[in-house]
Design a protein around this ligand. Structure first.
Ligand code: COD
Length: 161
C-alpha cells in the first residue's frame, strides 16, 4: 500500500492545507494527516480541536486519516508504515527550510519528501495570517472552510455575558 503523511500544526486548517491533502489523496492509497503536539508552543486551538476540525473537513475523502504525533516526524512515519512525506510549497521562501528538513528526514530514516506547488489561489495563505485577519474582524471566508471560520470567530470574539 502506498501511504503518505501530510504533517503540520494545522492551527487551524486552511484551504491551502486542504488543497494539498486532497491532491495527495488522489496520488496515494492512504494519506495520514499528522498533527504535531508541540509542548513548547501553545496554539489558539488545542490539538484535539484541530483534529476534530480536520476530520470534519476531510470526511469526504475515504482514504484520509487524521492522527496526532509528538517527537520526530520520521518516528511517526515509521509507526504509520509510511515512507513518504507530502509538503506544500508556497514560495521560494518556504523552500530553504523545507529542503533542510527533507534532507534531515531522509538521512535520519530514509523518509522521502515530495513537494507540491501550492494552488496559486492559496500561495499567500497561512494559519497565522488567517488568525490575524480574523482577530481584527476581516473576512476569511475564502481562506478556510466554514466550520473553521465559525470556530475562529467564536474563539477570538466570544459573546460577552
Ligand atoms: N499552500 C500549500 N501548502 C501549505 C499552505 C498553503 N497555503 N500552508 C501550509 N502548507 C503546507 C506546508 O507544506 C506545511 O509544511 C504544511 O502545510 C503544514 O503547515 P503548518 O503551518 O500547519 O505546519 P508547520 O509548518 O508548523 O509544520 C511543521 C512540521 C510539523 C512539519 C515540523 O515542525 C516537524 O516536522 N516537526 C516534527 C519534529 C521533527 O521531526 N523535527 C525535525 C525535522 S527535520
Amino acid at each position: 500500500m502506498r501511504r503518505a503523511v501530510c504533517p503540520g500544526s494545522f492551527d487551524p486548517v486552511t484551504n491551502g492545507h486542504l488543497d494539498i491533502i486532497g491532491r495527495a489523496s488522489r496520488l496515494f492509497d492512504e494519506v495520514i494527516v499528522g498533527v504535531l503536539i508541540n509542548q513548547s508552543k501553545q496554539g489558539l486551538f488545542t490539538v484535539e480541536e484541530r483534529i476534530d476540525m480536520l476530520r470534519e473537513v476531510t470526511a469526504s475523502y475515504d482514504n484520509v486519516r487524521v492522527e496526532s504525533f509528538r517527537g520526530l516526524l520520521v518516528d511517526f512515519c515509521r509507526a504509520q508504515q509510511a515512507s513518504v512525506l507530502i509538503k506544500g510549497l508556497r514560495a521560494v521562501s518556504d523552500f530553504d527550510y523545507e529542503l533542510q528538513m527533507a534532507q534531515m528526514n531522509i538521512g535520519l530514516a530514509g523518509v522521502e519528501t515530495l513537494f507540491m506547488p501550492t494552488n496559486p489561489l492559496y500561495s499567500f495563505l497561512s494559519s497565522s495570517l488567517v488568525k490575524d485577519v480574523a482577530k481584527w474582524g476581516g473576512d476569511i471566508s475564502a481562506h478556510v472552510p466554514d466550520t473553521v471560520r465559525q470556530q475562529l470567530t467564536t474563539r477570538l470574539h466570544p459573546t460577552p455575558r
